[in-house]
Design a binder for this molecule. Structure first.
Ligand SMILES: Cc1cc2nc3c(=O)[nH]c(=O)nc-3n(C[C@H](O)[C@H](O)[C@H](O)COP(=O)(O)OP(=O)(O)OC[C@H]3O[C@@H](n4cnc5c(N)ncnc54)[C@H](O)[C@@H]3O)c2cc1C
Length: 488
């Protein structure tokens, strides 16, 4: 397993083609726009090497018997799924933001299971190839970007019907030694600081979309792979200073990028689905369930940090003992534990897939993600309520070094003799960072928009069975005397 430091150093060896604000970035690791996200991802390596988290953040590979980082593990049991959830909460508590590695983890799990199904049904060799790929990923402790979301163009049209055929990633050429792919994936979390990309179709494909039914792995620095790093609210604070970032070490959300695949060659060894449209629906559903499991856990960890910040600010401002503040903090904790319960419940309610892989309960996993999309903004609203308006109107951190006003700023932001006004400002900036637009949009759309979860919930529920239950209740015969409840 890599240490956090080895992970960061390994990124220096990659020759990725990355653009940010119109310029090519060659020093990614030391670039202020990228470094916080790299630090955050490095926590996935750090906790695997921490004695107190070792049991949860590592696992034994079912392929090699070696101890590996859980972020590369294929869950073999209910306990593995539960440990995945616990690990995500721990990482969320340390970073206070997204640590990026779960999309790739879920892509590994999903493709492991779907290639298994394809080999059994179609006599293909995808699973054997995938096992080899997985062994390398585990042995080298590689960070994988899970790439599912296509640009999608006109949402009312299928991939093959779009005005531009590249709006979904597709195979443009098949050769004896591999395939050539073209297209793009958007919103890719941690992509610029990953070692490799696992590309999957983003929706069930029909026969007409056969060229779009493709899954493959590619190194991040393969020729034709181009990254365009996204901007976030207030991101210029990363290179303007430190305190105003709110979370200067780990940043906000996952450092998302657009990945362009401009005629990228992929050898057959790393092609894991190519034209098998019948398996794309299962692939998307499984990935979504594993990934929606996470949201109840990682975001709980993040919100633990926010609850701490809100509680501290209330204490600093003399409102902690007010009954409505205590009630709001309690409400925040209740919502967070409800999110977490869903992540745990779908793990405990697991089943085993054919290839011996533990699978979360899709109904509960989707419910957990839908709760997160609803409750995360509600918890942030309560934190903003408790904090007051100052996180939105604070002077810039440079004023703390401005001899004319520094004393005044500290004087008027100090609430009590024992409160350090700079600490209060720091806490306010953290609340601003965690309750702003970017993390709230992430909770809404990451792992699929709320409607995607509702579709799964609506089609999974046995509505007829529920109607029969109601029918049984209204038509139940009265108890005979000897069956009646005993009244005392
Ligand atoms: C911070 C962040 C990180 C992310 N990380 C990753 C990542 O690492 N990897 C990855 O692959 N993806 C990632 N995503 C992408 C995420 O999965 C998508 O944003 C999500 O699936 C929604 O897709 P979209 O953004 O294209 O929105 P859309 O699909 O366009 O959704 C917008 C609205 O349109 C509705 N809609 C969409 N299609 C239809 C239709 N046909 N008919 C009717 N209504 C429709 C939706 O329900 C929604 O209300 C990330 C997203 C965010 C915000």
């Amino acid at each position: 397993m890599k240490t956090a430091g080895q992970y960061i150093e390994s990124l220096r060896e990659l020759n990725t083609e990355v653009y940010f604000m119109g310029k090519r970035v060659r020093d990614l690791v030391d670039h202020p726009a990228f470094r916080p996200h790299i630090n955050s991802a490095s926590v996935t390596y750090q906790i695997a090497n921490m004695p107190e988290h070792h049991a949860i953040a590592t696992a034994r590979s079912h392929l090699t018997g070696e101890r590996i980082n859980r972020w590369t593990h294929i869950p073999q049991s209910q306990e593995d799924l539960v440990n995945k959830v616990k690990m995500l909460r721990i990482a969320g508590q340390i970073t206070g933001t997204c640590f990026q590695r779960c999309v790739g983890m879920d892509a590994l799990i999903t493709l492991y299971t779907v290639t298994h199904d394809m080999d059994r049904a179609l006599n293909t060799t995808y699973h054997q190839k995938f096992r080899r790929f997985l062994i390398t990923t585990q042995a080298e402790d590689l960070m994988t970007d899970g790439a599912m979301t296509d640009p999608k163009g006109d949402r009312s049209k299928r991939p093959a019907e779009q005005h531009d055929p590249d709006l979904f990633v597709r195979v443009v050429e098949k050769r004896a030694d591999g395939i050539v792919v073209r297209g793009a994936k958007l919103h890719q979390t941690g992509a610029t600081n990953s070692h490799q990309i696992l590309v999957m179709p983003g929706q069930a494909m029909t026969e007409a979309d056969r060229d779009y039914a493709v899954a493959f792995a590619t190194p991040v620095d393969a020729p034709g792979v181009i990254f365009v790093f996204g901007r976030q609210v207030n991101d210029s604070r990363k290179w303007e200073g430190n305190l105003d970032q709110g979370n200067p070490r780990y940043g906000s959300v996952g450092g998302e990028a657009m990945i362009i695949f401009h005629n990228v060659f992929v050898p057959w060894e790393h092609v894991f689905l190519c034209g098998e449209t019948d398996f794309t629906g299962t692939l998307v559903d499984r990935f979504a369930s594993y990934h929606r499991q996470n949201y109840g856990a990682c975001k709980s960890g993040n919100l633990d940090v926010l609850i701490g910040a809100a509680s501290t600010i209330a204490d600093m401002q003399g409102t902690l003992k007010a009954s409505h503040v205590k009630d709001k903090l309690g409400e925040m904790a209740h919502l967070v534990e409800t999110m977490y319960s869903g992540a745990l419940a779908c793990s405990f309610h697991s089943t085993m897939l054919d290839g011996g892989v533990a699978y979360v309960d899709p109904l509960l996993a989707n419910s957990a993600k839908l709760n997160t999309a609803r409750y995360y903004p509600e918890v942030t609203r309560l934190a903003q309520d408790i904090a007051g308006g100052f996180p939105a109107t604070l002077p810039g951190e440079q004023e703390l070094d401005n001899p004319r006003v520094a004393g005044f700023v500290k004087k008027y932001y100090q609430t009590k003799p024992e409160v350090d006004p700079v600490d209060r400002i720091r806490m306010g900036r953290l609340i601003e960072n965690m309750t702003g637009a970017t993390p709230i949009i992430e909770c809404m759309h990451g792992a699929g928009s709320p409607q995607a979860q509702k579709v799964v919930i609506q089609r999974t529920i046995d509505w007829q069975a529920k109607r029969q239950l109601a029918d049984a209740v209204i038509h139940a015969a009265p108890f005979a005397d000897h069956e009646g409840p005993e009244l005392s």
